[in-house]
Design a protein around this ligand. Structure first.
Ligand code: ZN
Length: 254
């Protein structure tokens, strides 16, 4: 059994609640699909926790933007990323711990493979940037999705959109609710599936609870974990360089 978490976005309260849920379930194997930082108020704590608890971590677009710049980000996301970089980047006087954290976060691999399954932040074609949305797949066969489905053999685990769900290789999109909360590999009957694990620290599907998946015996189960989002909102408000809306959206999950 293993867990796949993604898009923590410097939300310590959400991450702590998810890790407590994993402890209660006895899950040791944790894989993270990136965007450990960005948007939220607790980058250092989240990097340290993910580094300690996750066996596999791949790079997200926000992690990448620490080094390469926040190109294409909207203004509030860019301001948050610039503040995050100031918290994390080693200076002349920085000690080993600061340098080690920065080196780890800025050299994360782009993808991970486990047998027939692939793990990336966004898409196998463009691991950190490309979005795979069910609404786009619903238009039917496209070169983009043909290439994506050709890039893995069974399951592709992604985050990035903050919208949990599945897109199967017959271009059907389903939310966790439409799947009854879980996807059974047996039910795929040979189809491949893009599994979006949702977001721990900034869900955008209208449910403010932290989201991640458990994979056990070829069953993928989405879990929602309530957490003290009001505390995260207070931390955002106490950080002048983070726009207050980055906190407020957490209360409604948008
Ligand atoms: Zn993200």
């Amino acid at each position: 059994m293993y867990a796949v978490i993604s898009d923590i976005h410097s939300n310590l309260e959400a991450l702590t609640a998810v890790l407590a849920d994993l402890d209660a379930l006895g899950v040791r194997d944790v894989r993270c699909l990136g965007d450990v930082v960005g948007y939220g108020p607790s980058p250092l704590e989240c990097v340290d926790l993910v580094q300690r608890r996750a066996q596999v971590v791949v790079r997200g677009n926000h992690d990448e933007a620490l080094v390469h710049g926040a190109y294409g980000f909207h203004l509030r996301a860019k301001d948050a990323l610039d503040w995050t970089r100031d918290q994390l980047r080693p200076g002349f006087m920085s000690g080993q711990a600061v340098r080690r954290r920065w080196d780890w976060l800025t050299t994360l691999p782009l993808r991970h493979e486990d047998g027939p399954d692939v793990f990336v932040h966004g898409s196998p074609r463009d691991p950190t940037q490309e979005y795979l949305m069910a609404a786009e797949a619903a238009y039917g066969p496209s070169e983009k999705f043909e290439e994506v489905f050709a890039a893995f053999d069974r399951l592709l685990f992604v985050g990035h959109t903050h919208h949990p769900g599945v897109i199967t290789s017959d271009y059907e999109g389903r939310t966790p609710a439409q799947l009854g909360g879980a996807l059974r590999v047996d039910d795929l009957a040979g189809r491949k599936a893009i599994v979006n694990v949702g977001s721990v620290g900034q869900p955008r599907d209208g449910d403010p609870r932290a989201c991640y998946v458990l994979v056990d015996d070829d069953v993928v189960t989405w879990r929602r974990v309530p957490y003290a989002a009001d505390r995260t909102v207070a931390r955002v408000r106490a950080t002048p360089r983070l726009h207050p809306s980055l906190g407020e959206r957490l209360l409604v999950g948008t």
